[in-house]
Design a protein around this ligand. Structure first.
Ligand code: GLC
Length: 733
């Protein structure tokens, strides 16, 4: 079989060697070794705790020119006071860089990234990042440690909350949208910040879904699954990268020259700056690849790490390493150049105080416009998982509604795990939002019923009584915000505590009445029990500052849910890892004994990637192809008729999946290669078209370079990855 490979045309993005480069060179020439190492040092100002608490004297180090960047500090006032120390009290007055984890909003908090990704609305996700940057930059922040672009297929791992789910193709596009949103078109503008592609790489592959654990994946899985979203960030001109804590097959990312220099810089042409994760250089010692911090520092600088976050290793070890001839002055100059370059790109040398502006701060923080967008994002992030008997939307003629569950009156929990400078007091709970919306038309009773995660069922009776008396019941269930995110993994991802039993007893008491559940959670949950007990389930993730209002709008039908899952929901935790782009294996599941299946559970997920209902229904016609074959550099058009067969207008994410039936390596049963969001009125139809070119058919060949192989392909188009078959065409040699 002749193979024609499409060479990846990497554009080396060498920075323009103009005024900016000359300025940096001139400054570098004046710097002492200690001042250079200072630029490679980042300390926390401890306005947020994002790692092991290490007390440090950062203000003194800034004054001494030995700390060139600070994170976990914000507000115009505080950042200006720190900036003054650097600009007015140090010998060279090099401005500080302020970093912060602006993960899903700064003061106006958006849904967690995993939830926002379920909107499948790239423009909206870019806008949300843009608003986050606008608010952060107004408070003196220059740099966010986001987007997290780790593909993740194990929901036991708490950090799935921060990413874009299990799919590579969609993950790449969401990563680019978020980088564009944060960085905008002009980094010197007062509403843009440096983005940071993290955690490079394969952090989502942590063994057993346990944070920081070993990652041992093949070169092929690295190339096919984990690297592409990072390459997409480079293509979107992301200006900083953060290596992951984990090792990959024995080499911790922080010490991996192959990853940080050969792949990132030499192959992909990345010209920005690499900052470690929190004390990650220090952790090379417990990893067992460095005998002490001196060796750890040497490994990191040799790998290509420019800045040491909080570990103080460069701060204490680098000078001696250079003086002992173990680290070259050129390596130091290279790292410092990259740090100074991103500071210059922000315009900090022209005006170190450009981002510290109280007036802008007041005008922009939590503006009505920002909150309106946050509510829209929250509404579009919600996924209607099931809706038997069309329980939802609730009927406005209800006289009473019992709102039952541990999160019924939650505020701070709706912000999720990593809300940075967000404020839970700004959040309106679901119960309060329903009361605001419904006034006295529908009488709302609220009962907690149980806590999120304890064994106390003493309030069950009250909850059951409330369910009996009300016309309808809304269960508000899920996880606490701190049960996902970093260092928050769960070995059993069903609803925690007594919530399943509460749901079953309340649903039994409300037999014959509308009963729905809304979930607030930071990961897919294995909710087979809940799905059996409650006919309607709305997945709301942690929806952010405006989440309560957004849930109320969707529950009563003022907004129809339109989200689609970006990560599979398993039936049982034991199915993990479970993802739609699986391989067929040599013994695909069948009724025969000797095939790939479980004795006690189906292979399929409870809810599939791409799944999401709405308040209407859609029918799909047959897939039509413009031809049955295509030359390698040609194209084929695929079309399908989609009809709104229900009684309400609705939005649908029409998804294009391709399957490469025979190739030189095994290929997934299907891979997402396109989608279109459409809106249809009741009874209306739309012709949805996709163009397929070689780009959609390429995959890493035996040399892991992009390869397009002639052969047979299958085109599937549907509203979920659970689609099974479609039309075939042949790619000609
Ligand atoms: C944390 C996280 C990383 C974050 C950094 C700074 O440990 O792993 O995602 O950006 O420290 O807070």
């Amino acid at each position: 079989m002749s193979k024609r490979s499409l060479k990846s045309h990497t554009k080396y993005s060498k920075p323009a060697a103009g005024k900016l480069e000359r300025k940096i060179k001139a400054l570098l020439a004046k710097m002492t070794l200690a001042e250079k190492i200072g630029q490679m040092t980042l300390f926390t100002a401890m306005w947020a705790e994002t790692g092991p608490t290490i007390d440090n004297n950062f203000m003194q180090y800034v004054r001494e020119g030995r700390c060139g960047s600070i994170f976990n500090a914000y507000t115009a006032d505080y950042t200006r006071s720190l900036q003054k120390l650097a600009v007015e009290e140090t010998r060279l007055g090099i401005p500080l860089l302020f970093g912060f984890d602006v993960i899903h909003g700064h003061r106006t908090i958006f849904p967690i990234p995993l939830g926002e990704a379920c909107s499948w609305d790239l423009a909206l996700m870019e806008k949300s990042a843009r608003i986050a940057a606008t608010e952060a930059a107004a408070e003196g922040i220059h740099w966010t440690f986001a987007p997290m672009v780790d593909v993740a297929r194990d929901p036991r791992w708490g950090r799935v909350a921060e990413g874009a789910g299990e799919d590579v193709w969609l993950g790449c596009r969401i990563a680019m949208a978020r980088v564009r949103g944060f960085q905008g078109k002009d980094l010197t503008a007062d509403n843009t910040v440096l983005a940071c592609a993290k955690h490079f790489a394969a952090y989502g592959g942590a063994e057993a879904g346990r944070d920081y654990n070993v990652v041992d994946v093949s070169e092929r899985t690295l190339a096919e699954v984990y690297l592409p979203p990072f390459k997409a960030c480079v293509d979107a001109n992301v200006r900083t990268f953060m290596p992951a804590f984990n090792e990959i097959a024995g080499i911790p990312c922080t010490a991996s020259r192959s990853l940080l220099t050969e792949t990132l810089r030499q192959k992909w042409g990345f010209s920005g700056m690499v900052v470690t994760d929190y004390t990650a250089i220090n952790e090379l010692v417990p990893h067992g690849v460095a005998g002490d911090l001196t060796q750890a520092g040497q490994l990191a600088i040799e790998a290509g790490v420019d800045m040491d976050m909080q570990g103080g290793v460069y701060f204490t070890q680098l000078e001696a390493l250079v003086n002992a001839g173990k680290v070259s002055p050129a390596a130091i100059d290279e790292a410092v150049t990259r740090v100074l370059r991103v500071k210059a790109e922000l315009g900090l040398f022209e005006d170190p105080y450009r981002y510290c502006c109280e007036k802008r701060e007041k005008r922009r923080i939590l503006s009505p416009g920002h909150k309106a967008v946050a509510q829209k994002v929250a509404e579009k992030s919600m996924v209607l998982l099931q809706n038997e008997g069309n329980v939802l939307p609730f009927n406005r003629n209800l006289r009473s509604l019992a709102v039952i569950g541990p999160l019924a009156e939650a505020q701070l929990e709706l912000l999720g795990n990593w809300y940075g400078a967000g404020d839970g007091r700004k959040v309106v709970s679901v119960t309060a939002a329903l009361r605001d919306k419904l006034g006295d038309k529908i009488q709302i009773t609220t009962v907690t019923g149980c806590e999120v995660d304890d064994e106390d069922d003493s309030q069950f009776k009250t909850a059951v009584a409330a369910a009996r008396q009300a016309d309808a019941v809304l269960l508000v269930l899920g996880e606490n915000g701190n049960m996902s995110g970093e260092a928050a993994c769960r070995v059993d991802i069903d609803l925690p505590g007594m919530q399943n039993r509460l749901a079953e007893e309340v649903a039994r008491a409300a037999q014959g009445k509308p009963v729905a559940a809304v979930l607030f959670n930071g990961r897919p949950l294995a909710i087979s029990r809940l799905a059996k007990a409650v006919p309607a389930i709305l997945e709301a993730w942690f929806p952010g500052t405006m989440g309560g209002q957004a849930v109320a709008e969707v529950l009563f039908g003022d907004t129809s849910p339109s989200g689609k899952l970006v990560m599979s929901f398993p039936r049982q935790t034991g199915q993990i890892p479970i993802y739609y782009a699986a391989k067929n294996t040599g013994r695909p599941i069948s009724p025969d004994k000797y095939t790939s299946k479980y004795l006690d559970c189906a292979n399929t997920p409870l809810f599939a990637f791409g799944h999401g209902l709405t308040y209407t229904t859609f029918s799909y016609g047959p897939v039509r192809l413009s031809a049955t074959s295509m030359p390698t550099h040609g194209k084929i058009r695929a079309a399908i008729k989609v009809t709104n067969t229900g009684s309400r207008a609705g939005e649908e994410v029409v998804q294009l999946y391709l399957r490469d039936l025979v190739a030189c390596v095994t290929r997934p049963l299907k891979e997402l290669k396109g989608f279109k969001k459409i809106k249809l009125k009741p009874g209306a139809s739309a012709e949805v078209k996709f163009t397929i070119t070689a780009a959609e058919l390429a995959f890493p060949g035996p040399d892991l370079e992009p390869l397009v192989e002639p052969g047979e392909f299958e085109v599937m188009i549907c509203g979920s990855s659970s689609v099974a078959s479609g039309q075939r065409f042949t790619l000609l040699p």
